[in-house]
Design a binder for this molecule. Structure first.
Ligand code: PMV
Length: 309
């Protein structure tokens, strides 16, 4: 038995605008992960994916056309490796809530690809894995920017500009975030599609908002690199306001953001596709407990802590 995994992620600044070529900053959440556990199978049994969270048992046949994202991912990996399905059972499970802006789909795809590669006795570069997970993301999202798969595959904080232009990102001081889950599931495809409609209706106005988000990301990068946390916090609040203007926040997200700020969070904003899912609050270790309490009182169904170094 071997275990392969990939982390969740949060976007600190720049979601949605990143789809239009603006920069964004994202970090992995190593404590929240998707896992793929390999188990040996009888000779000739072939490859079976056991999705523990949904109870599905999925045989992988290279020739079959199956409308299932996990099977498609397995086929994609096997074709890339030029391998036939190994005799193995791969159990998948994830601690990452689905459709909530934490990159659950990309993390499961990455963990599965790593497990299949190992079962085939092959190796896969992060570059190739990133490309394969991006292809899976296209199935979930339609027109993904590529930020989710990149931060999840490389498992490091990144400043992302495009699929071919991203770099590691180092904050000067450790950053403490709380992640608050509204409990509302919302497909990213829809919020991304709605921003596209707004953009098509009034390119000039929406472009201004996207440009402003891009400028905030550059300013936030500087603030985090120089350890100016109060500027970093202000820029989170500004970024949230612009995301509200793009209609991708929600009453639940706004309530959690307000609750965190009211008890001393340095900054707070929605994170990811929006309309539900998760928000993040930048806190000091001294204020973490009171912000957590405020998030829970304001309706967060779960709160996780994430440290970025
Ligand atoms: O998968 P999510 O919900 O974290 O959203 C990813 C970020 C977006 O900018 C909304 C979409 C994208 O492809 O970059």
């Amino acid at each position: 038995m071997s275990i392969y995994s990939a982390p969740a992620k949060i976007i600190l600044y720049g979601e949605h605008a990143v789809v239009y070529g603006k920069p964004a900053i994202a970090v992995p959440v190593p404590l929240l992960r998707a896992f793929a556990v390999t188990r040996s199978a009888e000779p000739g049994q072939g490859l079976i994916i056991r999705a523990i969270d949904t109870g599905h048992e999925l045989p992988v046949d290279l020739a079959a056309e199956v409308d299932n994202s996990l099977v498609e991912m397995a086929q994609r990996v096997l074709r890339h490796l030029n391998a036939t399905p190994p005799d193995a059972i791969i159990e998948l499970r994830s601690d990452i809530p689905v459709a909530s802006g934490l990159g659950s789909g990309a993390a499961i795809s990455a963990a599965l690809a790593r497990a299949i590669t190992a079962c085939c006795g092959c190796t896969l570069t992060n570059e190739d894995l990133n490309m394969l997970v991006y292809a899976a993301e296209q199935r979930y999202h339609g027109t993904p920017s590529g930020i989710d798969n990149t931060v999840i595959v490389y498992e490091m904080p990144i400043l992302f500009r495009s699929r071919s232009d991203f770099e590691p990102f180092h904050a000067r001081t450790p950053l403490h975030f709380l992640i608050g889950d509204t409990g509302v599931r919302a497909p990213t495809r829809e919020s991304v599609g709605d921003v596209r409609k707004l953009y098509e209706q009034d390119k000039q106005t929406i472009q201004k908002k996207l440009d402003a988000i891009g400028a905030h990301v550059e300013a936030a990068r500087q603030a985090l690199e120089t350890g100016d946390l109060s500027a970093a916090g202000r820029l989170m609040v500004e970024n949230h306001r612009l995301l509200r203007d793009l209609t991708v926040s929600s009453p639940e997200l706004d309530r959690l953001v307000q609750a965190a700020l009211a008890v001393g969070a340095i900054g707070a904003k929605m994170s990811g596709g929006g309309r539900g899912g998760n928000m993040i609050a930048l806190v000091m270790p001294e204020t973490e407990a009171q912000v957590r309490q405020a998030l829970e009182t304001a309706g967060a169904v779960r709160v996780w802590a994430a440290e970025v170094r």
